[in-house]
Design a binder for this molecule. Structure first.
Ligand code: FE2
Length: 141
């Protein structure tokens, strides 16, 4: 390796070392969704004023050993102008469990419900706004 390539190699390694800690966001699991293209209540990025209306609320209802999860985004459904596009539910390994796609001409509020049977552990709910990106929250079952 000549000196020029050695310098490039060292600079490239330094860049990775500097950037890598910025990719790890506190509270977000290491495994997961490609690109981590979502916001959270603790990490709202450019949408800090949108937390209350975009972070999905997760309610677990248990009955006789089975559970149901309800996801609610306290967000308006203003036709196609501004609405929640969908909810997506993931298990503790970010494996897809289900999704609900909303029709803003028919769905008055962005609420979805999924059966969990006997699932235990962390659940992740993603809520997608057509203007303000995707928001993630989690709950324990
Ligand atoms: Fe929005």
């Amino acid at each position: 390796m000549d000196r020029r390539n050695f310098v490039r190699f060292v600079l490239a390694g330094s860049s990775v070392a500097v950037l890598a800690p910025r990719l790890a966001v506190a509270g977000i699991p290491e495994q997961g969704m490609a690109g981590r293209v979502y916001y959270t209540a603790d990490n709202p990025g450019r949408w800090s004023a949108k937390v209350k209306t975009h972070v999905p609320l997760i309610q677990i209802q248990k009955s006789e050993g089975t559970a149901t999860v309800e996801i609610i985004t306290p967000h308006e459904m203003k036709g196609y102008e501004h609405y929640i596009v969908k909810h997506v539910l993931f298990d503790k390994k970010f494996e897809f469990l289900g999704e609900k796609i909303f029709d803003p001409t028919k769905d008055a509020s962005p609420v979805s419900s999924f059966p969990l049977d006997r699932y235990t552990g962390t659940l992740y709910a993603l809520s997608v706004c057509n203007l303000h990106d995707s928001w993630l929250n989690s709950a324990e079952v």
